[in-house]
Write a protein that binds this ligand. Structure first.
Ligand SMILES: [Zn+2]
Ligand SMILES: [Zn+2]
Length: 295
């Protein structure tokens, strides 16, 4: 394990709730999801549990980690356009916004990592970096779009970006009525159970998986590389976020399709990119050179 120490950075002001900029519709959405997630155990069904895992994989792993982050933000590999659109739709299902703003804000994070202009650095406070930052209406919104102009130039991605909420809203009645129909066949299911488990609880789990990358993986863990920020490798965030917790490796080699670079840094998203390459759906994978691998 490396002894790389966090970079000595000057202290930043702590940020808390900034009332004049609170994005109330985002706060309401996140609050409703959490309240509904708390209700989920009271409406447990086995099919609801299975669907939750399927949608965690689809929206959190395929959608956010593989597509929004490694494909759209960093272009770590290439894929056919039609497949890129399908992957992007999966990302929309995570309720983390359309791809352009997500990608733009993340690019700003890389450009100004752990500086005062970083949209989400724990140096402004752990809670700020984890969740508070995204509940504020702020300049990063437009700056984010500016940093993702390449996406907005693509007509397909532009349409998906502007209508990202449609598949999310449509999924609620689809799951509800499918769950009711499944229950009528006599299996362990109900419409409400499917909505609470496969939408609310699933979205809350994916939220915190993504958010811990921004908060915990800039706070605790070890470092393979002496980057200019405080990014760290943290195994339990890698578990929650499908390999994104090897975040110090990622900050060192942002375009790499693999974030786990040592044999024990398990990165199931990279395995899936390799699997896509095997069947011809991914090519030109970007990887660190052998001499750039952790020593
Ligand atoms: Zn980071
Ligand atoms: Zn990144």
């Amino acid at each position: 394990m490396s002894t790389n120490q966090p970079t000595a950075l000057p202290p930043l002001r702590k940020r808390g709730i900034e009332w004049n900029r609170v994005h109330w519709s985002v706060v309401a959405g996140i609050a409703v999801m959490h309240l509904a997630a708390i209700a989920a155990p009271f409406f447990f069904t086995w099919t609801g549990l299975v669907l939750m895992f399927v949608f965690i994989w689809l929206s959190g792993n395929v959608g956010i980690t593989l597509c929004y982050h490694r494909l759209l933000t960093h272009r770590s590999f290439k894929t056919p356009k039609w497949f890129e659109y399908i992957l992007t739709l999966c990302g929309c299902l995570a309720w983390q916004g359309g791809p352009a703003q997500w990608v733009g804000i993340h690019r700003i994070h890389h450009k100004h990592s752990d500086e005062d202009t970083d949209p989400h650095t724990p140096r402004h406070g752990f809670t700020w970096a984890h969740a508070l930052w995204c509940m504020h209406r702020d300049a990063e919104g437009q700056k984010g779009l500016d940093a993702a102009k390449d996406l907005m130039r693509d007509p397909g991605l532009r349409v998906i970006n502007n209508w990202f909420w449609v598949p999310n809203v449509a999924l609620v009645p689809i799951l509800y009525f499918a769950g009711e129909w499944a229950a009528s066949t006599g299996i362990s299911a109900s419409g409400l159970s499917w909505v609470l488990w496969a939408i609310a609880l699933r979205i809350v789990i994916v939220y915190h998986g993504t958010w811990f990358v921004n908060s915990a993986s800039h706070t605790w863990g070890y470092r393979n590389y002496q980057t200019t920020d405080n990014s760290t490798n943290l195994w339990w965030v890698a578990v929650l976020s499908f390999g994104e917790g090897w975040h110090n490796n990622h900050h060192a080699y942002q375009r790499s399709a693999a974030h786990g670079l040592r044999w024990y840094e398990i990165d199931i998203t990279y395995w899936q990119i390799r699997a896509l390459a095997l069947v011809g759906l991914a090519r030109d994978l970007v990887l660190p050179k052998p001499e750039q691998m952790p020593q």
